[in-house]
Design a protein around this ligand. Structure first.
Ligand code: UDP
Ligand code: MG
Length: 311
């Protein structure tokens, strides 16, 4: 059993990146142990990436590769890496070198103080006030709706011990989100601060739409809070409707001879009700959809090929 397993998802990264990753992780671990493995999970990248990964694996016996049959996503790739990791400690990081391998000794040292989980808080370059404001609103809403404490400075860069790995493997969730699942597991956890690197080669593979899609999966996959929001909204609308009805009754009592203006209020009520009902139906529909996905019980990833890995 290696002392440390490093897991990194790989999507369309270049050979220069993967080679640098293997070198820098090796150098960072030099003072800790020589007994380690690096599990690179190719998340259905272009063929060149797998070729590059195999080439790096042929030079570094510690590097093991898994190749998905198609693009399943970063988090299924992390889950696959964790499923194949046999180390006493497992470090999860991005493969694009933005999670700087030089932080590993600090991460490991912190864990040795008696923590089961240590995350890295990224310290990034100063961002514009507008960006910070938007990000703040986004994460606050996301945390409220998903019922999670999603810390925007924390991504996946972390170290966890065997206990946590075993517990993680036992979570059958389809909407895998590494950080969220690890936080949900509990255990004795903490975080350290570290500078976040620039992407040196290639382009990030997530765009704005991708991030929103991820946020929605987080919201619907991690909690049913939106249904409560729907109920509260429904109750608010009911109160408004009651107030309007009272108003009409009072109007009629005070002006018994005047006719009531009819159709505008009726039409308002009709549209109002239809709108609210449809929103609720939509919400319930999404959760039912999730249930259907769950009952299919499909695997969250499929490994097509392996490099340096026999098990
Ligand atoms: N990644 C992946 N599958 C994807 C998209 C990304 O495995 O579908 C990997 C990618 O290779 C990188 C990490 O996830 O190691 C983070 O991706 P990226 O750098 O694009 O995101 P950002 O750093 O902007 O959050
Ligand atoms: Mg990146």
């Amino acid at each position: 059993m290696p002392h440390i397993s490093v897991v990194a998802p790989v999507y369309n990264e270049q050979e220069i990146t993967l080679a640098a990753l293997a070198d820098r992780v090796g150098a960072a671990l030099a003072g800790i142990t020589s007994d380690y493995e690096i599990i690179l999970v190719d998340d259905g990248s272009r063929l060149e990436t797998w070729t590059a990964l195999c080439s790096v694996a042929s030079k570094h016996p510690q590097v093991k590769g898994l190749r998905f049959s198609r693009n399943f996503g970063q988090h299924p790739a992390i889950a696959a890496g964790i499923d194949h990791a046999s180390g006493e400690w497992v470090i999860v990081m991005d493969s694009d070198l933005q999670d700087r391998p030089e932080v590993i000794p600090d991460l490991y040292r912190k864990a040795q103080e008696g923590y089961d989980v240590v995350f890295v808080n990224r310290q990034e370059r100063p961002e514009t006030a507008l960006y910070q404001f938007c990000a703040g609103v986004f994460y606050r809403t996301l945390n409220f709706l998903s019922g999670q404490k999603y810390e925007r400075r924390q991504a996946n860069y972390s170290i966890v011990n065997r206990k946590v790995v075993e517990a993680f493997r036992g979570v059958p969730d389809r909407d895998r989100f590494y950080g969220g699942t690890v936080r949900w597991l509990g255990f004795n956890s903490t975080a350290i601060d570290a500078l976040h690197g620039e992407r040196e080669y290639g382009r990030p593979s997530y765009n704005l739409l991708g991030r929103f899609r991820f946020a929605f999966r987080l919201i619907f996959g991690f909690s049913t809070r939106l249904l409560y929001v729907a109920i509260v909204l429904g109750l608010c609308f009911a109160v408004v409707a009651f107030a309007l009805a009272t108003d009409i009754v009072v109007y009629k009592i005070l002006n018994p001879t005047l006719p009531l203006p009819g159709w505008p209020s009726v039409m308002t009520a009709v549209f109002f009700t239809a709108g609210v009902t449809n929103v609720m139906l939509g919400l319930v529909g999404i959760y039912v959809g999730n249930l259907v996905e769950h009952t299919k019980n499909r695997p969250i990833y499929i490994v097509a090929q392996k490099a340096n890995a026999n098990d």
